[in-house]
Design a protein. Structure first.
Length: 119
């Protein structure tokens, strides 16, 4: 058995030569905090609660996938309003009892789910 304590980070990819544009989107549009430093392969590291989002350029970046990470939010309606204000398209999926959720993609096709529990 592997005694896993917690998830540390999730890595997503972006097309080559988009690093600065991506950094602006995550820090200025989504208002997330960049983790400063020189990271492997020129990656951008973003803090999301206790988990890190690592973003790295990749020649074979694939943007049309259902793969995603899910982020728990305190107020899904407020999160959706924020995304709409930033002209970020929101999509919906099947209902799951006990939670409300939606999906969005960054401009490079990476998919994310927002979840509010207790709904």
């Amino acid at each position: 058995m592997i005694d896993i304590e917690r998830l540390d980070h999730v890595l997503i990819t972006i097309p080559p030569n988009t690093r600065e544009e991506v950094k602006r989107f995550y820090t200025e549009t989504l208002l997330l905090k960049e983790i400063p430093g020189t990271h492997p392969n020129g990656a951008i590291w973003i803090q999301i609660g206790e988990i890190e989002l690592h973003i790295r350029e990749e020649d074979d970046h694939q943007s049309a996938s259902a793969r995603h990470s899910a982020w728990v939010v305190k107020d899904l309606e407020a999160a959706k309003a924020f995304l709409q204000k930033e002209n970020i398209e929101i999509s919906f999926s099947s209902l799951i009892e006990g939670r409300d959720r939606c999906f969005f993609r960054d401009p490079w096709g990476n998919r994310f789910e927002l979840i509010e529990y207790g709904k």
